[in-house]
Design a protein around this ligand. Structure first.
Ligand code: EPZ
Length: 437
């Protein structure tokens, strides 16, 4: 099994460039299923979730041509549901975003079938808001036997007014995709406002859709008969950028993080400044510097533009190295503190009570053998390893590689002593079959 070996205690210095946004890519690739013609998608992150979704479309009959590591030309003209097979299901069970294929299939064919999604396991992850929205558009959605099946009455979806009971990124995305080619107008209220929601809307509009209001809490879609080909470049990954900002905060040093949209990082920058980290905002970069004492802070995760839940494990790792007592409250997920079990192996002092963790900062964490419980929990233990005294071995790194392009190469370029090795797991560590999703 692959693992990372990190010799901690070295500050990070230099420049790192951020890749395309993972959570935009995993929405836009399924959406491309609706396009009859060539979609050229640029600034794709080179990560396993992207590979998985491109492979699904290819099995369903799409032409997939990698122009280079971050640019693909997709032509889904010949895609059909006849291509759905066990080979597809083995892939769709791996990732959360596979459920966007339901919205795209309904928008293209008027019917859809996919497995229940996989993805990071941090508590209950219902899809009732997806079903509510798709049913409102006239799709009769059924979930049974581990599959989601849907069929539009009269063969085509029709516009509707939908009020989401919960702010949901996934439901906002799925309903927006399906509504793009529905007959008539759709108004979706109480929607998520994340940067990748706006990126998807911009992608759909560049392919001929009519989506307005993305980034606010109301999205209005005027359905069009079909979508045509075009070119689109993804936004930079807000969470990847935040992860490197947190790494500098924990390890110390001075790093210029390029290819970012500083506005998307406002909440992360504000919190790190509270912790005595210097952040300088440029046009398309930020410079992060930490050489003094790291101070404690309180964090509560919220939907955008609040502090992102996908940065919670990373900031939790930093606060374990900060002076004083910090409180982290998880405002989105039921159980997103599993990573603290790993950080405790490194000497972290944390008390978890429901959705709140009380962290008593320690002078230095110490290296240990830990595992990546999920994508962002994996980033958290890497950050802890960079700051810790001694050697940290990170197992189950396949979770990390689902969402971070070349994290080892990027950290090594900043002076970190980290390498990826292939060796059997230690007998004591618990093997996890991540393929189960
Ligand atoms: C997306 O997950 C992201 N995943 C997650 O990032 C991220 O944590 C989450 O949005 C919140 O920002 C992808 O984009 C692939 P939600 P999603 O629907 O869409 C409840 C990462 O690290 N809810 O916004 O599954 C739900 O239980 C991943 O990149 C319902 O009740 O999240 C949660 O409490 C991890 N019913 C809240 O809404 C529903 O039908 C937000 O969930 C849907 C969601």
């Amino acid at each position: 099994m692959q693992k990372y070996i990190i010799s901690g205690g070295r500050p990070l210095n230099g420049t790192v460039s951020i890749s395309g946004a993972k959570n935009a890519a995993v929405a836009i690739i399924p959406a491309a299923l609706m396009v009859r013609g060539v979609c050229r998608i640029e600034n794709l992150p080179d990560i396993s979730d992207t590979d998985t979704l491109l492979r699904v479309l290819e099995i369903m009959g799409a032409s997939v041509r990698m122009i280079n590591r971050t640019t693909v030309e997709l032509d889904c003209t010949s895609v059909s549901l006849d291509g759905l097979s066990e080979e597809v299901w083995a892939l769709t069970r791996r990732i959360r975003a596979s459920y966007y294929l339901i919205g795209a299939m309904l928008g293209r064919f008027g019917r859809a079938c996919s497995t229940m999604p996989g993805g990071c396991n941090f508590g209950v992850r219902p899809i009732d808001q997806h079903i509510k929205g798709l049913n409102a558009l006239g799709a009769n959605v059924r979930v049974d036997g581990g599959f989601i099946r849907a069929r539009a009455e009269n063969g085509r979806l029709r516009g509707a007014r939908i009020y989401l009971d919960k702010v949901s990124v996934g439901a906002t995305i799925n309903i927006m995709i399906a509504a793009a080619t529905a007959e008539g107008r759709t108004v979706i209220e109480n929607v998520a406002r994340e940067p990748h929601i706006v990126d998807l809307a911009n992608f759909l509009n560049s392919m001929g859709a009519d989506v307005r209001g993305a980034g606010t809490d109301v999205i209005k879609v005027r359905g069009v008969p079909s979508l045509h080909g075009g070119t689109y470049a993804l936004i930079p990954d807000q969470i990847e950028a935040g992860t490197y900002m947190a790494a500098v905060a924990a390890a110390g040093g001075c790093v210029r993080i390029e290819n970012v949209i500083p506005k998307h990082l406002d909440c992360i920058s504000s919190k790190l400044r509270e912790m005595n980290v210097e952040i300088e905002d440029g046009d398309d970069y930020v410079v992060v510097r930490r050489d003094g004492l790291l101070c404690h802070a309180d964090v509560k995760t919220m939907p955008y533009p609040g502090f992102p839940t996908d940065m919670q494990p990373q900031i939790g790792a930093v606060l374990c190295c900060a002076s004083g007592i910090s409180a982290v409250t998880e405002g989105v997920w039921d159980n997103r503190f599993k990573y603290f079990e790993e950080l405790r192996k490194m000497g972290a002092t944390v008390k978890v009570d429901g959705r709140t963790a009380i962290i008593i900062g320690v002078d230095r964490l110490t290296g240990a053998t830990v595992r990546a419980c999920d994508l962002r929990a994996g980033a958290a233990v890497v950050i802890a390893g960079l700051a810790a005294k001694g050697v940290t071995r990170v197992e189950d790194v396949q979770y990390i590689e689902r969402g971070y392009e070349d994290i080892v190469g990027k950290l090594r370029a900043l002076g970190a002593e980290i390498r990826c090795v292939d060796e059997p797991d230690e007998p004591t560590s618990r093997r996890t079959d991540w393929l189960a999703g």
